[in-house]
Design a protein around this ligand. Structure first.
Ligand code: ATP
Ligand code: MG
Length: 438
């Protein structure tokens, strides 16, 4: 992670790194607001009054102390600028840049587990490209974005894309037809469109038509469409299409790796930007814990923010007045206090081993679903390492259905014995946290 590449030299980091102040003057406690004396006759609202937002006659409050400022900087909605994954940034940038220059299109499939900086990096790429286009270093392009999470139904993707492109608002079926026509008709004067499809996983439909179209449109030369599709699942394209077809689509792939301990440490430090709110070993502790569990930057920032609150309102202040390891430990315990965690800790040895085997299998395959057979292989390997007796297949099936009954797992209902597919119904972080020996 290098803060700047030559491509990004034009960035003005000062404006971007300033956190937005979210404190409003109304944050004062109710006790401070003057009590209303017996109701004087309130004047009636004038008939033709125009509603308007009250004008603020004071500037927004500055953070009251170091801890509050740290909290604002650590907020996940604050724009991250420094230390985005450098190589991924550059690859995505180069991909879009080359297509823009050639006047062609294509789709890049970007995957990775939550909190690995996918959305942040892609947005930063677009910002840098827009800047380059403004400076006439690149052909200008039309940028639009949709997010699977924000759509009520996958087919609404068509409606949104068409509306963003042309302003037309029509039904999903009609929009799909119009888009297909648009992307197959040559438009020599048309600018290239860059479309971000975030949270692509949620556009899964039974006929898989939405995802199929998203992968297919950019292959048509006249479409001049560049799609950056962001998903958590690594193999969506293969699941949608037969492998052969998936390769015909010529998707360019990129996968984001979970952040390492050092990277998380760097992310926190750069967010704090020299404000001394944390003891050094407290930052190390959060980074190590999160890196060992998931490498999720969002979780990391959440824990840091909560730690500052615990520190501020704690009666046992550390000698330095800064956020200490004790505050961080408390925040971590709070974050992972789902009732599931206790149940996992109280589960039998082989049930715990089965959960570990699931995670091992998910990590191996990069998928979030596995058959009992695949998990069984991992289970056996783990037993060998730990010197435990290896359970029989029917014992494994029993463990699996018990964990399913406790809702730790989602187990396919049709009985396919060892080929039954299993998913976790709780977050991998929670399982890892519960099973970690202190
Ligand atoms: P998801 O799969 O859940 O959508 P994601 O990979 O898109 O996750 P982001 O939304 O990009 O993750 O990042 C999660 C949070 O962590 C955001 O608040 C983002 O600002 C922050 N973050 C991620 N990477 C960095 C970084 N390198 N520097 C600073 N902040 C970061
Ligand atoms: Mg995202």
């Amino acid at each position: 992670m290098v803060p700047c590449t030559p491509k990004r030299k034009t960035r003005s980091s000062t404006t971007l790194s300033t956190p937005k102040s979210s404190r409003k003057p109304s944050d004062t406690t109710p006790a401070n607001t003057p009590r209303k004396s017996p109701e004087p006759r309130t004047p009636k609202t004038p008939r033709n009054a125009t509603p308007r937002i009250p004008i603020r006659n004071q500037a927004t409050e500055k953070p009251a102390n170091v801890l509050e400022e740290a909290r604002l900087r650590l907020h996940v909605s604050t724009i991250p600028v420094p230390c985005l994954p450098e190589e991924e940034f550059q690859d995505i940038y180069n991909f879009v840049e080359s297509k823009l220059i050639d006047g062609t299109g294509g789709c890049m499939y970007i995957s990775g587990v939550p909190g690995t900086g996918k959305t942040a990096t892609v947005h930063e790429v677009i910002r840098c490209l827009q800047q380059a286009a403004e400076n006439d270093e690149l052909p200008s392009f039309q940028f639009i974005e949709i997010n699977g999470m924000k759509l009520t139904d996958p087919h609404q993707a068509y409606v949104q894309i068409l509306q963003l492109l042309t302003g037309q608002k029509v039904t999903a079926t009609h929009a799909a037809e119009l888009l297909a026509k648009l992307f197959s008709t040559p438009g020599p004067k048309r600018k290239t469109t860059v479309l971000i499809v975030d949270e692509l996983d949620l556009l899964w439909t039974r006929k898989q038509d939405v995802m199929y179209n998203l992968f297919d449109w950019p292959t048509q030369r006249q479409a001049k469409l560049i799609i950056l599709a962001i998903a958590n699942t690594m193999d969506l394209p293969e699941r949608i299409m037969m492998n052969r077809v998936a390769s015909r689509l010529g998707l360019t792939r990129m996968s984001f790796q979970p952040y390492t301990y050092k990277q998380l440490q760097q992310i926190i430090s750069s967010r704090l930007n020299h404000i001394k709110a944390f003891e050094e070993d407290a930052i190390q502790l959060v980074s190590r814990k999160v890196a060992a569990l998931s490498g999720d930057a969002r979780r990391c920032l959440d824990i840091c923010r909560r730690s500052t609150e615990i520190c501020e309102f704690s009666s046992q202040k550390s000698a330095s007045g800064l956020v200490s390891m004790a505050h961080v430990m408390k925040a971590i315990d709070e974050m992972f206090s789902s009732p599931y965690i206790n149940s996992i800790r109280n589960a039998s040895l082989h049930e715990q081993m089965f959960l570990k085997a699931i995670i091992a299998e998910f990590r191996r395959s990069g998928l979030e679903e596995a058959t009992v057979q695949q998990i069984y292989h991992q289970h056996v390997a783990l037993c060998r390492i730990e010197g435990l007796q290896i359970p029989t297949v029917s014992e494994i099936m029993a463990i699996c259905s018990r964990l399913g009954a406790c809702r730790f797992l989602l187990v396919e209902s049709n009985n396919k014995y060892l080929h039954v597919r299993v998913r976790l119904n709780i977050s991998q972080d929670d399982v890892m946290y519960a099973l970690k020996q202190e």
